[in-house]
Every structure is written in structure tokens, then in C-alpha cells.
Design a protein around this ligand. Structure first.
Ligand SMILES: Cc1ncc(COP(=O)(O)O)c(C=O)c1O
Length: 359
């Protein structure tokens, strides 16, 4: 029997995890963790707030602390929202191509999923707003969910898009999953403010992606006035993970670190676009996130998967039929991207050589 042993670890560019690490102060905080941070419940509830983190977010965004909710990541927040609001056979509308979890959480409450279409233009996916509005009018969903940027297509809603949609869709709970916030346009940072004006709107964010803190499991939501039931439903009297919150606060303080990280990300994304432009039959869709979505020449996905096993490069291949000839690549560090691009270059060079030999 022949078993191959690679003498290097895999590089995982398949789950949209940050390869850059969080702000340096996070590691200082971990080294200096105190007995109280580990042994005590927080006493913030007695002060009338959820935690120092929700207080800080309230100050940063100028939004009342009562309207900022915390959770163990967006995964957990979505579960709370769906379990709080979606009854059996009620409808949740989600993007046609999206994170698999949306369907899974809806099925936990026997909710019905209606997908609204997404469109692939030349090199970017888009939401068709008028199509969505007319579908909302006919389907009358209880929950309407957007991801901005969306996973795996990477396209976003602008402020104007959101305003148009919330003005048209007033009778549905309107949720925007902004897990991949911050990798491009920083003006999106005022999106949470809209929850002050639109009671049906909730904007969900996380420390998992831009902040490179997926392991601390903290997500947060800005919610409009209609979310009173969720505010009660999600209350935690003994507080949250004290140490995780300290790390999140350190990340929020270091704006410079994350701005430079977003800039590096933009440069690195561009390297992928440039490269795929040189490969016949490939389309790399422009995204606003820490990943790129690539359509491969039809026959390539299985053989590419095999080819990347030896160098230990793991990217996302899809089980869904409509994306069986697509891959999603999480943007890594410049060194990791060079490795992957180099292997891809060799792979596609070999492929075109094979094609011409056969011909
Ligand atoms: C669109 C989207 N939202 C949310 C999440 C998970 O976020 P969190 O780590 O905060 O649970 C993911 C994870 O990949 C995602 O793709």
C-alpha cells in the first residue's frame, strides 16, 4: 500500500477565516488575563446594560444600548431571530445563492424558504431590487434576509439600495447579515444608523471576519423598534464571555490595524482578478469581501481539487449543482496567495498543454 505523506501543513483558504490574526493588543490581553475575568460572572446586568461591549458599540455608533444585542456570532443571532419570529410554515426570503446555514436554521422551526434570484453580470453579482420588491409583495414573507456582502457571491447592498428596499418592504422583518463588513467601503459603517429610522430593520455584524476573531464567537446586532420581543428573548442575566469581550474591545480600539488589513486585502483580491483574467474560460467575480468567487472552465473542478491536494492548498468547492464548476477562495496572506496563484498557474498551463496535445 502506498501512502503519501506531505511534509507540510495544509493552508486553509476555504472557510473565509482571516489569515492575518487580530490586533496585537489581543494577545497582550490574553497573557494578562486576571482571576476575576475567569472566575466571576459579569455584574453589568445590574447596572442596566448588557456589557461593556454593548456600551462601547452604543457610543461608537450613537445608538441606544438597548438596541444593540450580543450573541455567540451571527450564527447564534440568526438562530435567535428565526426561533423568535418564524413560526411553522411562515416564510423567510433569502438570496438564491447564499450561506447554507440560512436554510438549515429555517428548517429548525419548519419555516418555508423562498429564494429571490441573483444575477451574474459580466464580472459581478447583483441583487435586482425591483424583482425582490415584487416578490415580497406577492409572497409576504415574515422575514426578509440579505447578506451584504453575500457569501459566496460577494456583492453588497449600498445605502441607497437599503433605503429603497426598507421603504418598499414595511411589513416584514428586514435583516441584513453584514458578516463581511469592512473589507471595502468604510462608508457602510453608517448602515447601523438606519435602524434608528426603520423599526423593521436589523443589521448583524461579527468579530469573526475583518477582526480575525472567529474563535471568540462574538456577534452583535443593531435592531429597530419592532424587535422588542427579541431584546427580551436574547437577554443574558449572567452576562457574556468576559475575556472574549476584552479581546473584541481591543480590536475595536485598533482602527489603524484593521484599515491597513482591509487595504492589503484589496491589493490581494486584485492579484486574483488579474490572474484569472489570463485564464481562458474563467470568470473571477468582483467581491467586497475576504474571498473571491471563480467560475472555472467547465471540466476543471474535480481535477483542480486533486491537483491542489499535494501542495496542501484547501479552497472551497461546492456541493450545490449550480456551483459545481465554481470555487471560492479565501484571500490569504500575500505569501499564501503567491503559493496558491503559483500552483494555479502551473495547473492551468498544464491543462492548456494537455488540450493542445490531444488536439
Ligand atoms: C454570510 C455569513 N454570515 C455569518 C457567518 C458566521 O458568522 P459568525 O462567525 O459571526 O457566526 C458566516 C460564516 O462564514 C457567513 O458566511
Amino acid at each position: 500500500m502506498h501512502t503519501e505523506h506531505k511534509n507540510h501543513a495544509n493552508i486553509y483558504l476555504d472557510r473565509n477565516e482571516s489569515q492575518f490574526g487580530p490586533a496585537p493588543e489581543c494577545f497582550t490581553i490574553l497573557r494578562r488575563a486576571t482571576k476575576n475575568e475567569l472566575s466571576n460572572y459579569s455584574r453589568d446586568f445590574a447596572r442596566g446594560v448588557k456589557s461593556v461591549l454593548s456600551e462601547t458599540l452604543a457610543r461608537e455608533y450613537d445608538i441606544p444600548e438597548t438596541n444593540i444585542l450580543l450573541s455567540y456570532g451571527i450564527e447564534d443571532m440568526l438562530k435567535e431571530i428565526v426561533h423568535c419570529y418564524l413560526a411553522k410554515d411562515e416564510i423567510i426570503m433569502i438570496p438564491q445563492h447564499s450561506w447554507w446555514y440560512y436554510k438549515s436554521v429555517a428548517s429548525e422551526v419548519s419555516g418555508k424558504v423562498v429564494e429571490y434570484p441573483m444575477h451574474a453580470n459580466k464580472d459581478r453579482y447583483t441583487y435586482d431590487l425591483s424583482e425582490i420588491v415584487s416578490l415580497v409583495r406577492s409572497v409576504k414573507p415574515r422575514l426578509l434576509l440579505f447578506a451584504s456582502p453575500n457569501n459566496p457571491t460577494g456583492n453588497s447592498l449600498s445605502m441607497d439600495d437599503v433605503k429603497l428596499l426598507v421603504n418598499e418592504c414595511t411589513d416584514t422583518m428586514f435583516i441584513i447579515d453584514e458578516a463581511y463588513f469592512g473589507f471595502t467601503d468604510i462608508s457602510h459603517n453608517i448602515m447601523p444608523q438606519l435602524t434608528l429610522h426603520y423599526p423593521q430593520l436589523a443589521v448583524l455584524r461579527t468579530f469573526s471576519k475583518l477582526y480575525a476573531l472567529a474563535g471568540i464567537r462574538i456577534g452583535y446586532a443593531f435592531v429597530g423598534k419592532n424587535y422588542q420581543k427579541l431584546i427580551t428573548f436574547s437577554a443574558r442575566y449572567l452576562g457574556y464571555n468576559v475575556l472574549s469581550e476584552q479581546l473584541a474591545l481591543a480590536a475595536l480600539r485598533d482602527k489603524k490595524y484593521y484599515q491597513s488589513l482591509a487595504a492589503t486585502m484589496a491589493t490581494e483580491r486584485e492579484r486574483y482578478y488579474q490572474f484569472f483574467r489570463t485564464v481562458e474560460g474563467c470568470t473571477a467575480y468582483r467581491t467586497d469581501a475576504n474571498f473571491v468567487l471563480v467560475k472555472l472552465p467547465h471540466e476543471n473542478s474535480d481535477s483542480l481539487k486533486k491537483y491542489l491536494t499535494e501542495p496542501g492548498l484547501v479552497i472551497k468547492f461546492f456541493a450545490e449543482k449550480e456551483f459545481s464548476d465554481h470555487v471560492r477562495i479565501t484571500i490569504g496572506t500575500p505569501e499564501q496567495n503567491s503559493l496558491l496563484l503559483n500552483e494555479m498557474k502551473k495547473y492551468f498551463a498544464r491543462k492548456s498543454a494537455l488540450v493542445s496535445n490531444q488536439g
